[in-house]
Design a protein around this ligand. Structure first.
Ligand code: 5GP
Length: 185
């Protein structure tokens, strides 16, 4: 089956994503030009396409690190149960950390991760996210860099999954209701 068939509508096209990466990369390059210890910290697995495209526009020496933090358990609503499945592989003491996320929804995941990194001695912790869904916020959280703000849709593609599928779509779209309804029956 072609992936496109499962998509109701495209919300952020591949061209728009490229423009976002260019804009954010330029801004990050400017903001961190005086930092010699920047870590770009991707939250797996959703960060993969965004982080790899964004970093090409960050014209600075930057260390790449990853964490795997669970949030959604395969469905379309937040479990609220945050677990660290894979921790960062380096010390964060006195480092500038820029967390790279696919989407900020309730804010629970980033609230926990940002606090943890600061507690461990990071010099600064900021967030770059491709998508922001401010209507979904349960905890106040303001990402410093936002690609685009979207309504409270459940979206897939460009790193975002439904039951671990659709991450490889080159754009962000809304899944046809039929595809997740049949899973919940
Ligand atoms: P938060 O803790 O902000 O609620 O959750 C952030 C995480 O929830 C994201 O990294 C992503 O894994 C998941 N998430 C939130 N909204 C969506 C969505 O619309 N689609 C998908 N596929 N995942 C989402």
């Amino acid at each position: 089956m072609n992936l496109d068939k499962a998509i109701e509508k495209v919300l952020v096209s591949a061209d728009e994503i490229n423009e976002i990466c260019k804009r954010l990369g330029k801004q990050i390059t400017e903001d961190y030009k005086d930092s010699d210890n920047l870590i770009l910290l991707g939250l797996l697995n959703g960060c993969i396409p965004f982080m790899s495209d964004l970093m090409r526009y960050v014209d600075l020496p930057v260390q790449l690190e990853f964490m795997d933090v669970s949030s959604y358990k395969g469905g379309i609503s937040s479990s609220g149960d945050i677990k660290i499945l894979m921790d960062i592989n380096t010390s964060v003491v006195d480092r500038d950390i820029l967390i790279c996320e696919d989407i900020v929804d309730t804010g629970k995941t980033l609230n926990v991760v940002a606090k943890l990194l600061l507690h461990r001695g990071a010099k600064s912790v900021e967030v770059v996210t491709l998508l922001d869904k401010p209507e979904g916020r349960v905890i106040p959280f303001e990402p410093k860099y936002i690609g685009v703000t979207i309504p409270k849709y459940f979206v897939v593609g460009y790193g975002l999954d439904f039951n671990e599928l659709y991450r490889n779509l080159p754009y962000v779209g809304v899944l046809k209701e039929h595809y997740y309804m049949k899973d919940e029956e």
